[in-house]
Design a protein around this ligand. Structure first.
Ligand SMILES: [Zn+2]
Length: 69
């Protein structure tokens, strides 16, 4: 199962959802995406920590999908 990170969850108005095979893959894509689409965003260590906390398992985990709760 891969990992996903929704750019919107980070707090920006952006519909991009990054799909990666693991956390490191997502982080690499996030850095590239921030550079190309969010020029005003600095990927600081603080932001990296936030991104890591927002990475989810692809395919819907509990409470991430429509079947829970
Ligand atoms: Zn974005």
């Amino acid at each position: 199962m891969g990992k996903i990170l929704a750019c919107r969850d980070v707090g920006v108005d952006c519909d991009v959802v990054l799909h990666g095979k693991d956390e490191a893959d997502i982080m690499r894509q996030a850095a590239a995406h921030a550079k190309s689409c969010h020029n005003n965003v600095q990927v600081t260590p603080q932001l990296q920590a936030k991104l890591r906390s927002l990475i989810r398992d692809e395919g819907g985990s509990c409470c991430g999908g429509s079947t829970c709760g």
